[in-house]
Design a protein around this ligand. Structure first.
Ligand code: ADP
Ligand code: ADP
Ligand code: ZN
Length: 214
């Protein structure tokens, strides 16, 4: 069972690396951020609730995201493994995940802790662009698309996320430090955590991750 958690601050490269790991190991990327944005787009009741937190750079309540992940982990494509990208983000979420995986006879094998200097995160998030159709991620300077504003993979247009503006990013970084960073200690206690230097070349970081996972 290849259960993987990608832990790291906003902008650490979780989504970028999760997409590669998912393709290489044929296991699904489970991004709570993507699932919440999908719910917002579909205008569901949950989406409307989540949006009020996401717009402020706050965390969506634990019970909401725990419910999403619990349902998602039961899908047949999670049989071989899965990559959790952006979940858990709080200690109660991590505790709930322990209960859910035990109940479903699944197991977290590795927690990858992506480490990036704080000052780099703001620049990464301000320049992030996302494909409206396939979700591929780019950066205006660090990982530009071949044609400006267009996705390399599917040709659709790229947008800047609503919450990738300076004041919202600052709030997200504060919440990361307060609520999510304590998970590093939580997972140190399990012996499953591996830290990954996540600055520099995207391919080189991915190669380090593959070495850890193999
Ligand atoms: P997260 O999912 O952790 O918030 P992303 O994968 O969306 O992070 O990456 C945030 C931004 O930084 C994106 O614009 C992405 O293209 C860019 N990025 C990802 N990895 C690197 C890297 N190693 N160096 C520079 N920029 C990067
Ligand atoms: P990033 O990695 O760039 O911070 P995500 O796409 O993972 O962004 O998340 C976007 C927003 O969705 C978060 O700022 C938060 O409001 C909400 N969110 C995503 N995952 C969770 C989670 N596990 N718990 C609470 N809120 C979440
Ligand atoms: Zn695309």
């Amino acid at each position: 069972m290849m259960g993987i958690i990608l832990l790291g601050p906003p902008g650490a490269g979780k989504g970028t690396q999760a997409k590669r790991i998912s393709a290489a190991f044929s296991i699904p990327q489970i991004s709570t951020g993507d699932m919440l944005r999908e719910a917002v787009k579909n205008g569901t009741e949950m989406g409307r609730l989540a949006k009020t937190y996401m717009d402020q750079g706050g965390l969506v309540p634990d019970e909401v995201v725990i419910g999403i992940v619990r349902d998602r982990l039961q899908a047949p494509d999670c049989g071989k493994g899965f990559i959790l990208d952006g979940f858990p983000r709080t200690i109660p979420q991590a505790e709930a995940l322990d209960r859910v995986t035990a109940a479903l006879a699944k197991e977290i094998r590795t927690v990858l802790s992506l480490e990036v200097d704080e000052k780099e995160l703001m620049e990464r998030l301000c320049g992030r662009r996302t494909c409206t159709a396939c979700g591929a991620m780019y950066h205006v300077r660090f990982n530009p698309p071949k044609a400006e504003g267009k996705c390399d993979k599917c040709g659709s247009s790229l947008i800047q996320r609503d919450d990738d503006k300076e004041e919202t990013i600052l709030a997200r970084l504060v919440n990361y430090r307060k609520s999510t960073e304590p998970l590093i200690r939580y997972y140190k206690g399990t012996g499953k955590i591996r830290s990954v230097r996540a600055s520099g070349d995207i391919d080189a970081i991915y190669a380090d991750i593959v070495k850890i996972l193999q």
